[in-house]
Design a protein around this ligand. Structure first.
Ligand SMILES: [Fe+2]
Length: 440
């Protein structure tokens, strides 16, 4: 009899799990793309053709061009101009390289070009070799459009997301962490660089680090060696001492890229730098204040539940005092949008939090949610996709999230957000902010 009861229970569990599985018609992970990045250490490295070209913002009117050559003698200059094939200007940069166990990287070049005109197409060539590339600089004023997707990886789904981002007329791409999913396999950083080059060489890619960038081997390798060498961001230009956190401005938007994997407590460099950076924000010049980092603070998915709590406790009061409009995170492989929220409760002076770790990596989707849905959570769905933020003017912006419906891009969530600059929050909190920022 006991055996019968046990069998019945097992059948019931199996049936119910089948029913749950059938409730989700979610796409499966897609395979890693084979981009041929692997090479044996003894293979010759004399190719001076630039590869893995990408661009990023590097202070007002300047952009950084980054690329890699196998040939260690290849020069680090960029020729550029406003007509194809005619390079009136040239900038000299610097280079780095790194080794990681048996792997040694190519020569990684970083060259800042400018001053550049706003909203202008430039043609450029790296190291006097290879193909001509073309980039467009962001506008000086509104409107400005950002494409957003985290946790990209390099699978068939990544390809689909990149294709949709390419179709959206964006000025800058924002990536809240987890780029290549190389996970210690260094040649996968090279294949990722090749995969994203068609987009990343044409519009600035502004990234911050996720856990998959860390690649720490205790006593052997410090974390973030590959990421910091390859994806240099404007940290020096924004007064930061670490590539893991920095800020930049585009049109009327001040964007802070924080590091979920750098120290963030009150005594940390990152906290001190953040206070300083926020104290310099002029909401008349940049009415919008946006913050990105990897691990979400507001997440009702069961995946990575509570992981962002410590950083939230340490830094949320600062962001609140500064009247941040929008916070974008990744890490959880799904999409979620909150109401304006602070300290776990809806608050008209808090930020809207968006989790968008759904770029398409090999780990697949996170589709188990906490129920009932918390009252701060407005929309949630476990699908791959990307977001678009169109900042129309100093007070209004339009956010939309587009799911990858197989290989079609379908808008599944959208809303208008009004900046806190047009509310009383900024004035009401200015005293609070001043006292927090003045605190040593
Ligand atoms: Fe992550």
């Amino acid at each position: 009899m006991e055996l019968f009861k046990l069998q019945t229970l097992v059948v019931a569990v199996l049936l119910s799990s089948t029913a749950i599985a059938e409730a989700y018609v979610r796409p499966l992970p897609r395979k890693n793309l084979d981009l041929g990045g692997f090479r044996w250490p003894w293979d010759s490295k004399t190719n001076s053709q630039p590869q893995q070209v990408h661009v990023s913002l590097a202070g007002d009117k300047h952009m950084r061009v980054s690329w890699i050559t196998d040939d260690k003698n290849s020069p680090s200059y960029v020729e550029y101009g406003k007509s194809p094939g005619r390079y009136d200007l040239v900038a000299e940069g610097d280079f780095t390289s790194y080794s990681y166990m048996l792997y040694s990287s190519g020569k990684i070049h970083h060259t800042v070009i400018g001053p550049l005109e706003y909203n202008t197409v430039y043609y450029y060539r790296c190291g006097g070799q290879g193909s001509e590339f073309k980039l467009k600089t962001p506008p000086a004023e509104f409107p400005v459009t950002f494409a957003v997707a985290g946790d990209l990886g390099q699978t068939g789904w990544t390809e689909s997301t990149l294709d949709h981002i390419d179709q959206c007329k964006h000025d800058v791409y924002l990536l809240p962490g987890d780029l290549s999913y190389a996970d210690y396999m260094q040649h996968l950083w090279d294949s990722f660089g090749k995969l994203v080059e068609p987009l990343a060489s044409t519009r600035p890619w502004m990234v911050t680090e996720g856990n998959h960038e860390e690649e720490n081997i205790p006593l052997l390798k410090d974390g973030f060696v590959s990421y910091n060498s390859r994806w240099k961001m404007p940290f020096e230009e924004s007064g930061s001492t670490s590539n893991l956190y920095y800020s930049f401005e585009v049109a009327g938007v001040h964007i802070v890229m924080l590091g979920s994997y750098a120290d963030y407590d009150e005594w940390s460099d990152q906290y001190r730098w953040l206070k300083e950076d926020l104290s310099k924000v002029d909401r008349k010049r940049t009415p919008w204040l946006v913050v990105l980092f990897h691990v979400p603070w507001y997440n009702s998915n069961k995946a990575h539940q509570g992981e962002g709590d410590d950083m939230k406790t340490a830094m949320e009061p600062l962001l609140y005092a500064a009247s941040v409009d929008l916070v974008i995170a990744g890490h959880v492989h799904a999409y979620e949008r909150s109401k304006r929220v602070y300290d776990g409760r809806p608050d008209p002076c808090g930020a809207v939090h968006i989790t968008i770790g759904d770029g398409g990596n090999r780990e697949g989707l996170a589709h188990r949610y906490i129920n009932p849905q918390p009252n701060w959570s407005e929309f949630r769905e476990a699908s791959f996709g990307h977001g678009e933020l169109k900042v129309v003017n100093s007070t209004h912006a339009y956010w939309s999230w587009h799911r990858n419906d197989e290989d079609e891009s379908v808008k599944a969530d959208d809303f208008w957000i009004t900046s806190l600059v047009s509310s009383r929050c900024v004035d009401d909190k200015s005293h609070e902010l001043r006292s927090m920022l003045m605190k040593p």
